[in-house]
Design a protein. Structure first.
Length: 145
């Protein structure tokens, strides 16, 4: 079995530990500069690390919901459902300068890129707010049902 491995993100600005079987999507299709995308061919699960413009007009739980709904809009989803939203406590945060962080679990209907068939997907979303950089750092784990 392949061991876990450290993988640099955004030119080495920080890194992530990837599980065995994780593939870097940029090795086989274009990925926007503000995203790092990984998938697992066998399970169709994916992980997206995304640097987004800080959405200062939404605060707290509403910020996590905003990004969840934006994902649905980008993907053309039809029935988003939020199951739970919780703050990450400050002692859990190790990201310097992170003002607050939220975890959201929900469901959406999504289609893969270049596919017409939508599937029900469970989304686990983590939002880290970095106002001093004008950035919302979004981690999204997609788990097809």
């Amino acid at each position: 079995m392949e061991p876990k491995r450290n993988h640099p993100l955004f030119g080495g600005a920080f890194s992530i530990t990837l599980p065995p079987g994780a593939l870097d999507v940029s090795d086989f299709r274009p990925v926007p500069d503000n995203q790092e995308v990984f998938c697992h061919r066998g399970t169709e699960q994916s992980l997206i690390v995304e640097l987004l413009e800080l959405q200062a007009h939404v605060q707290g739980e509403a910020a996590a919901r905003y990004h969840f709904e934006a994902l649905g809009g980008v993907q053309g989803s039809g029935g988003e459902q939020v199951d739970a939203v919780q703050p990450l406590s400050s002692h859990t945060l190790s990201l310097r300068g992170c003002r607050d962080a939220w975890v959201l679990c929900g469901r959406q209907r999504m289609a893969k890129e270049n596919e017409a068939n939508e599937k029900d997907v469970i989304l686990h979303l983590a939002l880290f707010r970095l106002p001093q950089y004008g950035t919302d750092l979004l981690l999204t784990f997609n788990e097809p049902m």
